[in-house]
Write a protein that binds this ligand. Structure first.
Ligand SMILES: Cc1ncc(COP(=O)(O)O)c(C=O)c1O
Length: 442
């Protein structure tokens, strides 16, 4: 636990102890709510905001008049392809990275990255199991093998200490994923990679706009990938993009993604000769998607800042409740949120099973669900030797991944200022927590 963690723990401990001394409960909100009847038992719901208003507040993506006008005007044009290089240039400037390339999906961005990597067959890549298919499943297409790494249950992100234990003589790259927008410890990961001669890749699909020490997530590694699928922070219906620190990586990823793209390479490029065929696939982003992405990029920081402000307004109060905490984010990191925001419920400290608390919260009108997320390790693709150069190690000891999936619950992101709804959510939690002992009895 670092010092800022300790401060957080101490502050919460103080609030709990102070209130408990007076009331026998922890937190003033709990006291206020203890006389209220649970909605589960026929009492009034804590969340009274009309359903239509809640649907409007949680609507994502948000395309406005500017996007609609652009799309309509593009439909009347003979050539809309310039939207693609324009997006790539704007993204490059936003990220402050030497090269970017747009693709038809985040998965394609990762496949092009894996092609660009150009390592010998059988090379192992340290990657999380707690991730989407796209981080690890395509590896076999290039002869690579994932070496599954656990996540730190406090951050939900790549556990470097566990990664160190999975190293073999075949390990050549390290591929952290910034879960739900929370930046991995890229400084430490890069230091370790340098020491061991590993290539750093980043799956930043869930973290566009996040940064660590002021440096954009997705630009720490030799290559990075983003997704612009509808749920992401920079949505374009479907799409993806890649970042490259060197021309070599950029040209390899680009030539893999289209038959005509090598035409722009300098004459000295070893890939120029592939103009007309590429390497086979075509992963071009739709021009209308690129146009949407250009608009969304201009609003990315504003959207992310609003999410951050509203999540904090809720969770700063929720962490006063016993057994409830939020994923740790380093003070020198700027995190973003993908799709929802997570809180952890420690059932032992809360004194009530998570599932019962969720049911009671749902009855109060809170849109809450268990925070289960992927554990790639359990899918048949990785267990069948025929797909792989050599069999990936299927791990039964991913305890961090297990813990996150046991403890986390998902809450919605409100995409417009929603102080009343946030207050109603907090009151719902306080009410349920005030009754948690009786709930636990059944
Ligand atoms: C971590 C991660 N990587 C990659 C992807 C793939 O992106 P896409 O859906 O655009 O192919 C996703 C999509 O959900 C993702 O969450």
């Amino acid at each position: 636990m670092n010092s800022s963690d300790k401060q957080g723990e101490t502050r919460r401990g103080f609030v709990r102890t102070g209130a408990a001394a007076v009331t026998g409960l922890s937190g003033a909100g709990l006291v206020a709510q203890s006389n209220q009847t649970l909605a589960l038992r026929g009492g009034p719901k804590s969340v009274t905001e009309p359903a239509a208003r809640q649907a409007a507040l949680t609507r994502w993506p948000q395309y406005g008049d500017a996007e609609k006008q652009t799309i309509l005007s593009l439909l009347d044009k003979a050539n809309w392809y310039p939207e693609i290089p324009a997006f790539e240039k704007e993204l490059r400037e936003y990220l402050d990275v030497p090269f970017t390339k747009a693709f038809s999906s985040g998965t394609c961005a990762i496949m092009c990255m894996l092609f660009a990597l150009d390592l010998p067959r059988g090379s192992e890549i340290l990657a999380p199991s707690y991730t989407a298919w796209a981080t690890t499943a395509p590896m076999h297409l290039f002869g690579y093998v994932p070496a599954f790494v656990d996540v730190n249950p406090r951050t939900m992100t790549f556990d470097l200490e566990d990664a160190k234990k999975q190293m073999t003589s075949r390990t050549k790259a390290i591929f952290p994923m910034h879960s739900f927008g929370n930046p991995c410890d890229m400084d430490q990961i890069c230091d370790f990679a340098k020491e061991k001669g590993l290539i750093v890749l980043e799956d930043a699909a869930q973290a566009q706009g996040a940064s660590l020490k002021g440096k954009q997530i997705g630009t720490w590694g030799a290559m990075g990938a983003f997704s612009h699928q509808s749920s992401k922070t920079l949505p374009a219906v479907e799409g993806g993009s890649g970042t490259y620190q060197t021309r070599e990586y950029y040209e390899r990823a680009t030539v893999f993604s289209g038959y005509e793209l090598a035409a722009q390479f300098p004459d000295s490029s070893p890939y120029k000769k592939y103009n007309g065929t590429g390497i086979g696939p075509k992963f071009r982003i739709h021009s209308l998607g690129a146009a949407l992405a250009r608009h969304q990029l201009r609003k990315l920081d504003e959207y992310n800042a609003l999410n951050d402000k509203q999540v904090r307004a809720m969770t700063n109060r929720l962490v006063e409740l016993p057994g409830l905490s939020v994923p740790y984010c380093r003070p020198d990191a700027k995190r973003v949120y993908w799709g929802s925001h997570m809180v952890f419920i420690d059932e032992k400290k809360a004194g009530c099973p998570r599932q019962i608390l969720i049911k009671a919260l749902q009855a109060e009108g809170v849109r809450v669900s268990p925070g289960f997320y992927e554990d790639q390790n359990r899918y048949p693709l990785y267990a069948e030797a025929k797909w792989w150069d050599h069999a990936p190690v299927i791990r039964k000891d991913l305890f961090g991944t297990k813990q996150v999936n046991t403890d986390s619950v998902r809450l919605p992101l409100f995409r417009e200022p929603a102080p009343e709804l946030i207050d109603q959510y907090v009151k719902a939690f306080e009410k349920v927590w005030a009754h948690r002992a009786e709930l636990a009895k059944g």
